[in-house]
Design a protein around this ligand. Structure first.
Ligand SMILES: Nc1ncnc2c1ncn2[C@@H]1O[C@H](COP(=O)(O)OP(=O)(O)OP(=O)(O)O)[C@@H](O)[C@H]1O
Ligand SMILES: [Mg+2]
Length: 450
């Protein structure tokens, strides 16, 4: 830390400066206010220690000047007993602290140590924030730990050439993530081409992917470039890869291995330089196990697996997403409709359509809010399909777990009613006391009655 000491009393100045140096800080000295300010203007200091009563420019003006010109620079004022009230004024102006004369140099050294510690925490915080910022991506909203990890991975893998397999439920943002990988890669100025295998009729899919030569089939009136060739130099995103028919899986494997292809009806080898990103809503490994997807292709695709968690596992991202979707549509003023009650509803919902479903709700609110001003009414209409606690397949409990859970609940209920008297609780539950005892052990509830 760099310290500037402004003190007109020679002995105090010299001895304090020596002590500060001994404590490991750099220090410049000035013997009047004017010289002090000149030094301050020339160099940057972390701390200014100034006497309040000084020739030429007084200490108070120094505090004012320093705090006006450098928010981060701390000021310690030295004052005689008679001017303590002025010292307090100085603190109001932003000074860090004051010492009254006579003082022990240790007192000032202690303050410098505190300032130094505080600075290192702030610096650390700043660099952590910068690191986090470096991973941010303008189109991917989400500060939940899951999304932060995902963003970090995106940035790490973007610069590599490996094939990426993105898995996630419908509407979780697989395409957004694929685009983010492209945007962060050195291919960013080249094309990003996306195709959805489920949306293209099977007979057309081959020529869409690989292109065809003129006359290769009836209707092929001219040469057609496939998406692989159009994406050359850039990224090719293949969505719903599990829907790719087996013969095309073989062809894709060849592209991945050899980086070359034949157009439909063509014999010329076409070299392609494309990064491939695939996505699927299903667990592709299960499809492989069931014999529905080629294992060799799966392992080629799954070099970097990315799993996007469903929205219900990162509910804390909802407020930021809502703000983002409203801002995108210049409708931030509609934020008022997302009341506490609405959020409560959102937090209990399972979001089967994930982020896309949330985006649709935001859109409906924007559209309907002009007609209907009451937030509660609006949401009754806007989210009819939101049933609180709607069961979702993944979360569906097995019968055993369900019964155990209910047993636990009813036991706790009986205990509460009987004021934790085990005999009374057993009576309420209509079971022998010994049965209740063993149940309490099973549910680890014994401590409630002991
Ligand atoms: N983290 C996110 N931040 C901002 N917007 C998001 C995010 N995730 C998804 N979206 C938005 O939600 C919508 C759906 O995203 P996307 O199309 O990428 O999902 P998907 O997983 O590819 O869906 P599908 O499985 O139906 O193909 C898009 O409008 C996208 O912009
Ligand atoms: Mg998609």
């Amino acid at each position: 830390m760099n310290v500037l000491l402004i003190e007109d009393e020679k002995i105090t100045r010299i001895s304090l400066a020596n002590n500060i140096r001994k404590a490991g800080y750099d220090v410049d000295t000035a013997d009047d206010g004017e010289q002090g300010l000149q030094l301050f203007k020339k160099q940057s200091y972390d701390v200014v220690i100034t006497d309040l009563r000084l020739p030429k420019v007084n200490g108070m003006d120094i505090v004012k000047y320093v705090k006006e010109h450098c928010q981060d620079c701390e000021v310690i004022v030295i004052t005689a007993h008679a001017t303590v009230t002025t010292a307090i004024e100085a603190i109001k102006l932003g000074a860090y602290d004051y010492v009254t004369k006579p003082f022990s140099p240790d007192k000032i050294i202690g303050m410098l140590e505190k300032i130094s510690q505080f600075r290192s925490i702030i610096d650390e915080n700043k660099s952590l924030k910068e690191k986090l910022k470096a991973y941010e991506h303008k189109n991917i909203i989400g500060k939940s730990p899951e999304m932060r990890t995902l963003l970090k991975t995106i940035h790490t893998i973007a610069t590599h050439e490996y094939t990426v397999l993105i898995q996630g439920e419908s509407g979780t943002g697989k395409e957004v993530v694929a685009r983010a990988i492209h945007d962060c890669s050195h291919r960013k100025d080249k094309p990003f081409i996306a195709i959805n295998c489920a949306a293209i009729p099977e007979p057309l899919l081959e020529s869409e992917l690989f292109g065809h030569e003129k006359g290769s089939f009836s209707g092929a009136i001219q040469r057609h470039l496939g998406h692989f060739e159009r994406a050359n130099g850039g990224t090719f995103f293949i969505d719903d890869i599990d829907d790719l028919p087996e013969p095309l899986q073989v062809k894709l494997l060849r592209v991945l291995q050899e980086r070359e292809l034949f157009r439909v009806g063509g014999s010329e080898i076409i070299k392609v330089d494309v990064r491939i990103i695939c996505a699927t809503k299903v667990r592709l490994k299960d499809q492989v196990d069931k014999g529905l997807f080629r294992g060799d292709l799966y392992y080629r695709l799954n070099i970097i697996p990315l799993i996007i968690p469903p929205l219900r596992n990162r509910l804390e991202d909802i407020p930021d997403l809502i703000e983002h979707f409203l801002s995108q549509r210049n409708s931030r003023d509609k934020l008022e409709y997302f009341t506490k009650n609405v959020y409560k509803k959102f937090l209990n919902y399972h979001w089967p359509g994930n982020v896309r479903e949330l985006e649709n709700i935001v859109e409906r609110v924007i559209a309907l809010s002009d007609i209907n001003k009451s937030s509660d009414l609006l949401f009754d209409g806007a989210s009819d399909d939101i049933e609180v606690n709607q069961p979702y397949e993944d979360d569906f409990p097995g019968l055993k777990e369900y019964i155990t859970q209910k047993e636990n609940e009813v036991i706790q209920w009986a205990l509460k009613l009987s004021k934790y008297n085990i005999s009374k609780a057993a009576q309420l539950l209509r079971v022998p006391r010994s049965t209740l005892r063993s149940k309490l052990e099973k549910h680890e509830l014994e401590q409630l009655v002991e």
